[in-house]
Design a binder for this molecule. Structure first.
Ligand SMILES: Nc1nc2c(ncn2[C@@H]2O[C@H](COP(=O)(O)OP(=O)(O)OP(=O)(O)O)[C@@H](O)[C@H]2O)c(=O)[nH]1
Length: 400
């Protein structure tokens, strides 16, 4: 078994360990440690970080080659970074070889399994050195030192080699002990930061999905709150929301529009005679027919009970009347069957036109005033026999 204890190197003799050599070694060691302490743990990836760390070692120590073998969950140590003195200033990281060792095998595997620095002073003669290695590529001497996270998890093995056997000294080994602790801390810090970044990214995306879901829910409830549950038509709330747009277009572009209040005639009788559920069926049928008769830009709502309000946008009075008449006729053609009876309904309609000059003659445009006028016309339609359209005009209603 080769001797791996400290102080067995012969290189020290070559140095002579004079005061000057000692000072140079100390200075180099401090430079190595200083440079390592300056390696940013925010490196793009762990491989980059290890490469920078190895570069700081090679730059300040007369080591020919350094490499790092990372351990995986299956107990394999794979060469992830290899760096020699000549490769130091290359802009690209050379593609490392993919040499692997099982934990426990060879000098590198032994450093991992024992958790101890392994010094192979003469690799060609050292039985710990992997017999599968190509002898031309076998270094003269090699140190393998395991690197751990702060909580003692093995990260991998750091290797430094030199073509000369018996090259490394106590000095190198002591330095590598300090160095591998710093490298372990650096990698640990980077991993923790990465974990935190991932956690933050995860939490942020969870929060974003929650915000999006909440908005969807809010939009859903907002639209639900504007819908009439029975007929699926929009309701009064939607009407007041939308009619403002028609009014602002009128004010700005003098666009005319017509407002209709439509009421099913004698609806109470239908309820009384055939029941409330049947009455509901009639309301749904009338609503569906109305939906088919209006444009997407029109505002059609169930205003309450058996009353509907419709705003024809960009429509003059003649046009509005013609459309109202079409609706009245169409509703009359609807049929419902209950028992042996066939039921049909008629509509009374109050129509109020807001023509292009309306804004000039009215200081303020109040939608409730407009509805009130249409209501007056509707009242007249009811009292004058139902199943008709009455147009409100200048304080008077005009029977259509
Ligand atoms: N089935 C059903 N009936 C409703 C609903 N909302 C209101 N009604 C009924 O509609 C009827 C409206 O009756 P009235 O206001 O007297 O009007 P009408 O019978 O249509 O008579 P005129 O409007 O004068 O032609 C009432 O009986 C209400 O109970 C509803 O959602 N479903």
């Amino acid at each position: 078994m080769a001797d791996n204890s400290y102080g067995s190197g012969t290189n020290g003799g070559a140095y002579g360990f004079g005061m000057h050599d000692l000072v140079v070694d100390l200075f180099n060691a401090l430079s190595t440690v200083k440079e390592l302490s300056e390696v940013s743990y925010q490196a793009d990836d762990e491989k980059q970080l290890i490469r920078r760390a190895l570069a700081s070692l090679i730059q300040n120590q007369d080591m020919e080659r350094c490499s790092f073998f990372a351990v995986d969950g299956d107990g394999w140590l794979t060469n992830v970074v290899g760096l020699s003195f000549v490769e130091l200033n290359l802009p690209e990281v050379p593609a490392g070889d993919t040499t692997r060792f099982k934990v426990g095998d060879g000098v590198i595997g032994l450093a991992a399994s024992t958790g101890q620095l392994q010094y192979c002073q003469n690799c060609l003669e050292d039985e710990r050195f992997s017999s599968e290695s190509d002898s031309a590529a076998v270094p003269g001497s090699l140190i393998s030192v395991p690197v751990f996270t702060c909580d003692e998890q093995l990260i991998g093995v750091l290797n430094v080699s030199h073509p000369l056997p018996y090259f490394f000294t106590d000095w190198h080994m002591r330095l590598l002990e300090i160095y591998k602790n710093m490298l372990g801390q650096l990698i640990t810090t980077r991993r923790l930061l990465r974990q935190m970044d991932q956690q933050i990214a995860l939490r942020t995306s969870q929060l974003e999905s929650l915000v999006a879901e909440t908005k969807q829910l809010k939009d859903h409830f907002a639209s639900m709150s504007m819908l009439d549950q029975l007929t699926g038509l929009h309701n009064r709330r939607y009407f007041y929301d939308q009619v403002e747009i028609a009014i602002s277009h009128h004010k700005r572009y003098r666009n005319s529009f017509c407002l209709l209040v439509m009421d099913i005639d004698f609806f109470k009788r239908i309820n009384d005679r055939h029941g409330h559920l049947f009455g509901d069926e009639v309301l749904v049928g009338v609503s569906e027919a109305l939906k088919k008769l209006v444009r997407a830009s029109d505002i059609l709502v169930r205003f309450g009970g058996e009353e509907f309000v419709l705003v024809f946008t960009n429509t003059c009075c003649e046009g509005g009347y013609a459309l109202a008449e079409r609706i009245r006729q169409e509703i009359k053609t609807l049929r419902w069957h209950v028992g042996l009876e066939t039921v049909n309904v008629t509509l009374s309609v109050g129509l109020h036109c807001v023509d292009s000059g309306y804004h000039d003659t009215h200081e303020a445009i109040d939608i409730d005033d407009i509805i009130h006028c249409a209501d007056l016309a509707l009242y007249q339609a009811k009292t004058s026999g139902r199943d008709r359209i009455v147009v409100y005009s200048n304080g008077l209603t005009k029977d259509g």
